[in-house]
Design a protein around this ligand. Structure first.
Ligand code: PHE
Length: 341
């Protein structure tokens, strides 16, 4: 056995025999360090006859490669051993399933908004946004509610110092949509609205509505009824009946209150529906000719319907919730019940 082969065999033996990283480091120094045995071998190169040098040089290099590989392999093994020794001494079992991390849930208003958007997109409506800080013009005047109009009083408005308002409903986006897109047009506008109201079980100063607007040629009340029935059937997850009662809003003519048959007693009469068998679901109507004009459309050519769906109310009817304050109360026990993830 050549001296080199003997050296390699010895070195490999010591590498495999090293029982910790410190020892492995010492072995590495002893053979490959500046004064290591293999490095010394290389120094003999110049004293060899010329023709032997290439072969010897190559042999030393091969030996170096083999030792380096062995060192790396042993280092990996020792590190893994050290890690598992540490983990088991700390009582950590990496195979044990983790404990669940608490995660949030989507707010029921967000969930119902997503569902509604889905249903209406299926009916060809586009989803629009509008500003929460609105001009008085869009919130009131353009909708036929001028300053002295009694309908203003039902909108207890948060006025800003600059004369703008926190929008009291999503209807201003009707005008914005017509101005921007013209007709024909089918849009929904889910969004947050504000009214300066005394908060109680059925009133909130901050609430969510979804406006719907369809404008086209020959759009009439049956289109409205069909659309509302389709939507409510999906959302309330049952076959429903609707009825229209007259309702007054300056921006629709005729205006209606749309009722559905009571989900709690199926129309028999109960406390929730005050024995009538019906509950009020949403205001709606045919877009007033003046509103079409405000939006830049000719009422001789275009007609449309609009509705304003109260989203809290819809969620309350769906789940039988009786206090609107629960939505903004931040009580996790309430919110967790709508866990859909
Ligand atoms: N914007 C009205 C409100 O909030 C609701 C409504 C919308 C009525 C569309 C008719 C048509 O009171």
């Amino acid at each position: 056995m050549s001296a080199l082969a003997e050296l390699e065999a010895r070195a490999l033996g010591e590498i495999r025999g090293a029982t910790d990283l410190a020892e492995l480091k010492r072995v590495e120094q002893a053979f490959l360090g500046k004064k290591g045995e293999l490095t010394q071998q290389l120094k003999q190169l110049s004293s060899l006859p010329k023709e032997e040098r290439p072969a010897f040089g190559k042999a030393v290099n091969d030996c170096k490669v083999s030792l380096t590989k062995a060192l790396e392999a042993r280092e990996r093994e020792l590190k893994a051993e050290e890690l598992s020794a540490r983990l088991s001494s700390e009582g950590f079992d990496p195979t044990e399933p983790g404990s669940p991390v608490p995660y949030g849930t989507l707010h029921p208003i967000t969930q119902i908004t997503e569902e509604l958007v889905d249903v209406f997109q299926g009916l060809g409506f586009s989803w629009l946004d509008g500003p929460e800080v609105e001009f008085e013009y869009y919130n009131f005047d353009a909708l036929g509610i001028p300053g002295d109009h009694p309908a203003r009083e039902s909108h207890d408005t948060f006025w800003l110092r600059d004369g703008n308002v926190l929008r009291t409903h999503t209807s201003p986006v009707q005008i914005r949509a017509m101005e921007r897109f013209g007709a024909p047009l089918s849009v929904i506008v889910p969004g947050r609205c504000f009214r300066n109201e005394t908060v109680d079980a059925s009133h909130e100063h901050t609430f969510y509505q979804m406006e719907g607007l369809m404008v086209g040629r020959d759009i009439s009340v049956p289109h409205l009824i069909y659309t509302m029935k389709t939507c409510l059937r999906e959302i309330l997850r049952r076959d429903i009946e609707v009825r229209l009662r007259p309702g007054y809003f300056p921006f629709v003519e005729p205006g209606f209150e749309l009722d559905v048959n009571c989900p709690f007693c199926e129309g028999e009469g109960c406390k929730v529906c005050k024995q009538s068998g019906w509950i009020e679901m949403l205001p709606c109507g045919m877009v007033h000719p003046d509103v079409l004009r405000s939006g830049g459309l000719d009422p001789e050519e275009w007609t449309g319907f609009a509705f304003g769906l109260g989203l809290q109310r819809l969620v309350m009817v769906r789940y039988g919730i009786n206090d609107i304050r629960d939505f903004t109360g931040g009580d996790l026990r309430f919110l967790k019940q709508f866990n859909r993830i």
